[in-house]
Design a protein around this ligand. Structure first.
Ligand code: ARG
Length: 277
């Protein structure tokens, strides 16, 4: 722990120790917004709890150390820094993620969440921060070439996602051909073990998975039937103050090149090539 000169010069060592303990002699934390007296130093403000279903690489996942990492994480960290907010990420299963927000257990959500009219009825979204769409993955040797080809097949999805929605529309909500899983990796695992014939999941996740697991012999298929989707950061309905800060932070990271840098780190230069075999 570093102490200031004033502290070192203190006559009584024990006094200094006591002062350090009270953090009186501690140097101000790096993150204190120097030069902007209107911003409350992070230590004095509430740490916002960010919920994320960290089983959705490359957007949010857990590394070997159990740390939550990914594009969404880096982005929200950067946005929070611009907005003078302090955040901490808490792994939150998708199944309960919207409830956790509504009940106040989480202050915001970043989890590759597609902005939909239905969700907008119960929470508020930031400006969109990422373009996405659904994608199909099948075994390399499968005969599937289009979404319509899934009509007679067993299709895995993550419960309650937009992938679940489109597949439910094609096969019928109560069809036993729709196989719902708690997480995207579980659905993909089931495809690898031939428990399902296909999965329908967000493009970024499937492209990332197939690229990193060539041995799994999966093939991705795009289809014009898949609507454009956009991810947003979610806050409790009516939390306009927080939303405004997030939107400003998003605009700032876009304006100063931070967004581009983070994006390039995960996806390279161009948009995700979702049809690449
Ligand atoms: N974009 C899709 C949706 O909003 C899937 C998101 C799933 N996210 C996750 N971290 N599991 O429904």
């Amino acid at each position: 722990m570093k102490t200031t000169d004033a502290c070192r010069r203190a006559l009584c060592a024990s006094l200094c120790i006591a002062a350090v303990a009270m953090s009186g002699c501690q140097k101000a934390p790096e993150a204190a917004s120097i030069g902007d007296p209107t911003k409350v130093p992070p230590a004095a403000q509430k740490v916002l709890v960010v919920g994320t279903d960290a089983a959705y690489a490359p957007f949010e996942s857990q590394n070997e150390k159990g740390e939550i990492v990914g594009f969404d994480i880096d982005l929200v960290r950067a946005v929070a820094q611009k907005a003078g907010l302090e955040v901490k990420f808490v792994n939150t299963p998708w199944e309960g993620i919207f409830n956790a927000l509504a009940q106040g257990d989480r202050d915001l959500l970043v989890s590759s969440i597609t902005i939909t009219d239905e969700r907008k009825q119960t929470l508020d979204f930031s400006d969109p921060y990422f373009d996405a769409h659904q994608l199909i993955a099948v075994k390399q040797n499968a005969k599937v070439t289009s979404f319509a080809d899934l009509k007679s097949l067993k299709v895995g999805v993550q419960t309650g996602t937009t992938g679940d929605e489109v597949v439910s529309k094609l096969l019928g909500k109560n069809s036993t051909q729709v196989r719902r899983f708690e997480s995207a990796p579980l659905a993909i695992k089931e495809l690898e073990s031939s428990g399902v014939d296909a999965v329908v999941i967000d493009n970024g996740v499937l492209v990332n998975y197939t690229a990193n697991n060539p041995g799994s012999n999966l093939r991705v298929i795009n289809d014009a039937a898949f609507q454009p989707e956009r991810y947003g950061i979610a806050v409790r309905k009516g939390n306009a103050g927080l939303l405004a800060k997030i939107n400003q932070g998003l605009a700032d990271v876009r304006a100063d090149g931070t967004y581009k840098r983070i994006y390039a780190g995960y996806f390279g230069k161009g948009p995700i090539d979702s049809t690449k075999k």
